[in-house]
Design a protein around this ligand. Structure first.
Ligand code: MSP
Length: 509
């Protein structure tokens, strides 16, 4: 059996509702999961929510409700958003799930017994009104960067994970496994960070100061630091302790999709935690860049927060999914522009793809009694289109392995353009006027078949619209889609159906 493809997203803080950045990460993971399924690989896709810690506690306090109630309320927003965005996850993990609490406490106990956790003194600049620690570089002149009040140097007993013990092992591991952290420039960033001595990681918070977390199994006066808790979701989700059979299948086959902002936690904390726990490393950590907005970060105070659901209303879920992977080179930052989204929608989706389908259905209706025609003798132009379709199919896996989705989309869309050019060159509507009906039908079959195959390759990106396209060309997809990538699978005689435009006109920004 082929190896399982286990793909994870970061788990999202429930202090606020989902925005386009969260939407992007989950769409990206969803598309990769759908490509893996398309190739017949057994796939397991995990997403979820990060519910403990100061951020969530504070947001709940502001609302005057318990943190668990805030989490319960926000989780619904995430679930609704994922449903609207067509995210095909297999499991949704919440860090307040009992299965997860069990895993966190087990790992803590294990590391404590091994001597990898010890009680030490945490020293830092503390802002009493804000109830939070700052690092040396945050507090210029002893002033809290958030509220501008003086901070004080506070020492507090806390538990530490001996992360420093694993530094040289980690450096060796990253160097020996070039595919572990991607893209390569992020890997270099991590190696650069690891040139400085690594400290130990403070993994507890005293309940007297912060009580929203998982209690340490060996000291009830402390809760677990939110990152130590959150990272373990990836093994809980795979079934660690709770479903050993599933865990054996999934771990360590994992591909972690993350944003560049959480590189250190995933590439330094997480591998050392696993190593200490005696567990193997995930296969790959893939960090994508950020969507930026007119050169700046998205933030509530600037007032430029983009909600995915607002865009779905205008461009449809598939229009949005398409834009997000088309316009970002994985790993790099990209400027989010609704104008660009509208432009791509009009040109590539409504015109190149939608109109192509519309024209083909019209001609099949007119020249082939609404039935997929048979193909007659082929000429050079037909053969060229067939061979470029086959080349496209064989190139897809390479792009998938490299997670180069924008390149993949660009070669698929170039193929769509080729079909349009083929139609212009062969001009079946002209041939119809001179009664060359067999030739017309061969052209229509060839173009529709080239479109059908391209639409299968587009299916992971635009699952809804491609299914509509299949309805219109009267094609019923088999269970394992990959089998249908063969030229000639489109059956002669099936009924086509003119329907709604694939990508209706929009007003634009
Ligand atoms: N809870 C932690 C992750 C724990 S994983 C064990 C967290 N959550 S978060 O809700 O703040 O953000 C999660 C992810 O959202 C980021 O890593 C990133 O993937 C994504 N994004 C948030 N803003 C983004 C953009 N502006 N652009 C692209 N992705 C961004 O961090």
């Amino acid at each position: 059996m082929e190896e399982v493809f286990y793909i994870t997203t970061p788990i999202y803080y429930v202090n606020d509702e989902p925005h386009i950045g969260h939407g992007y990460t989950n769409i990206l993971a969803d598309i990769l999961a759908r490509y893996a399924r398309l190739f017949g690989r057994p796939t397991y896709f995990l997403t979820g929510t990060d519910e403990h810690g100061q951020k969530v506690r504070r947001a709940a306090e502001e609302r005057g409700i318990p943190p668990q109630s805030l989490a319960d309320e926000m989780v619904v927003r995430f679930l609704d958003t994922w449903k609207t965005l067509d995210i095909s996850y297999d499991d949704f993990i919440r860090t307040t799930d009992e299965r997860h609490v069990k895993v966190v406490r087990h790992v803590l106990q294990d590391l404590w017994q091994k001597g990898d956790i010890y009680l030490g003194q945490y020293e830092g600049w503390y802002c009493v009104p804000d109830e939070r620690f700052w690092t040396e570089k945050d507090v210029a002149n002893g002033i809290c960067p958030e509220c501008n009040r003086p901070v004080e140097l506070l020492t507090e007993p806390n538990y530490f994970f001996r992360m420093s013990n694993y530094q040289s092992w980690l450096v060796k591991y990253i160097k020996a496994n070039p595919g572990f952290i991607r893209p390569a420039f992020r890997r270099n960033e991590v190696l650069g960070f690891l040139k400085k001595p690594l400290g130990d990681l403070c993994i507890s918070r005293p309940v007297s100061r912060m009580d929203w977390g998982i209690r340490l199994p060996f000291d009830d006066d402390y809760v677990t630091y939110v990152w130590f808790d959150a990272l373990l979701n990836y093994i809980t989700g795979a079934g660690y302790l709770n479903d050993p059979k599933q865990f054996d299948l999934l771990w360590p086959r994992a591909l972690h999709i993350i944003g560049k902002d959480i590189l250190t936690t995933h590439c330094v904390y997480w591998p050392t935690m696993l190593q200490a726990a005696g567990l193997p490393q995930p296969e790959r950590i893939l960090a994508h860049g950020w969507w930026i907005f007119s050169g700046s970060k998205m933030s509530k105070s600037i007032g430029n927060v983009v909600k995915p659901l607002d865009l779905v209303k205008e461009y449809g879920v598939d229009g949005l999914r398409y834009y997000l992977v088309r316009d970002m080179t994985l790993g790099r930052d990209a400027e989010f522009s609704e104008r660009q989204l509208a432009k791509r929608y009009e040109k590539e989706l409504a015109n190149d793809l939608g109109n192509l389908l519309h024209r083909l259905i019209n001609m099949i209706t007119r020249y082939s009694e609404s039935k997929i025609p048979g193909s007659g003798q082929l000429n050079e132009l037909d053969r060229q289109l067939i061979s470029s379709t086959e080349q496209l199919v064989s190139s897809v896996n390479g792009f998938f392995e490299e997670q180069a989705l924008n390149q993949l989309l660009s070669v698929i869309m170039a193929h769509i353009s080729r079909i349009n050019i083929y139609l212009e060159k062969t001009s079946p509507w002209k041939l119809a006027k001179t009664g060359q009906i067999d030739r017309v039908r061969t052209i229509l079959y060839t173009a529709t078949e080239a479109l059908r195959i391209a639409s299968i390759l587009l299916h992971p990106v635009m699952p809804g619209r491609t299914a509509t396209l299949w309805d219109q060309i009267g094609w019923e997809p088999p269970k394992i889609l990959g089998n249908a990538l063969q030229w000639g699978e489109l059956v002669r005689g099936s009924e086509v159906q003119a329907g709604e435009p694939l990508f209706p006109r929009i007003d634009g920004p």
